[in-house]
Design a protein around this ligand. Structure first.
Ligand SMILES: C[S@@+](CC[C@H](N)C(=O)[O-])C[C@H]1O[C@@H](n2cnc3c(N)ncnc32)[C@H](O)[C@@H]1O
Length: 250
């Protein structure tokens, strides 16, 4: 298991400092950078006794492996990997919390870190309580995912499960209705009831929902497409589905 990780970008580093400062090991900031957005991060680092070093752009580029780092890179302890047991605990907690209804997102094999990052960002914005992905054939919490998620990767729990179909069955046994998004479904998203305990399941970039995952859904919905392209990018489709649920759940 990985013990340390690199994270970069103002929101991603800020979210670690804000939500799990105990994970922060050290930070590097671009020499001579006068960016007001860095000030609260430096203040938090001082408060938690995190070592901050100033470094050249070349050094930061190397640490961030060439990705856009906005002048800040941090070494952090790797986040705890969450699985089936933690998902059960989350559901119990959500159900015990009066006024809360399970609202989950399943991503069946998303492999592009930009897409996972954008989905986590959407999930956080929509108030999703947890995102579930299969352990294999999916991208995990990489530095690029954290950067694109803009802090959401440190907030929304990501559950990595060994057998997605089994997890879907467990969710159903606990009263969660699973709605799969598939372009060819007859039922349009806007006709579906998304008000109860739900998990929205999205397919992978290239193959969509796998057969077993699709068959495990309680219903399938499509987002109507007016133009000539056959499908939306998975993170865009995720945003559309989640925010239709948010609208209905107001
Ligand atoms: C890029 S699409 C996958 C396209 C893939 N070729 C297929 O056959 O499904 C990725 C995922 O986004 C969701 N999606 C994209 N467009 C959609 C639409 N119009 N209606 C419902 N879901 C959609 C689905 O969950 C899909 O599996």
């Amino acid at each position: 298991m990985k013990k340390q990780d690199i994270t970069f970008g103002i929101h991603a580093v800020g979210a670690v400092l804000q939500h799990s400062p105990e994970r922060m090991i050290e930070m590097w900031v671009l020499q001579g950078r006068d960016d007001q957005r860095l000030a609260p991060l430096l203040a938090m680092a001082a408060e938690y006794g995190v070592s901050v070093q100033y470094a050249s752009r070349k050094a930061l580029d190397e640490k961030a492996d060439g990705s856009q780092h906005q002048g800040i890179v941090a070494k952090v302890k790797a986040a705890k990997v969450l699985g089936e047991n933690e998902l059960d605990a989350l559901l119990t907690q959500v159900k015990a919390d009066e006024g809360k209804t399970p609202f989950l997102l399943i991503l069946d094999g998303v492999t592009d870190p930009h897409n996972l990052g954008a989905c986590l960002r959407n999930a956080d914005a929509a108030g999703v309580q947890g995102v579930i992905v299969p352990k294999d054939n999916s991208v995990g919490l990489t530095p690029v995912v954290s950067k694109v998620a803009c802090g959401a990767a440190e907030i929304v729990p990501l559950f990595q499960v060994t057998n997605l179909a089994r997890t879907m069955r467990r969710l159903q046994e606990q009263g969660v209705w699973i709605i799969g998004a598939a372009g060819e479904a007859d039922c349009e998203l806007y006709q579906a009831d998304l008000t109860g305990p739900i998990a929205v399941a999205m397919g992978s970039e290239d193959k969509g929902l796998r057969r077993l995952s699709r068959e495990s859904c309680d219903s399938l919905v499509s987002i109507p497409m007016a133009g000539s392209v056959s499908s939306l990018n998975v993170s865009v489709a995720t945003g559309v589905c989640l925010f239709e649920a948010v609208r209905q759940r107001l």
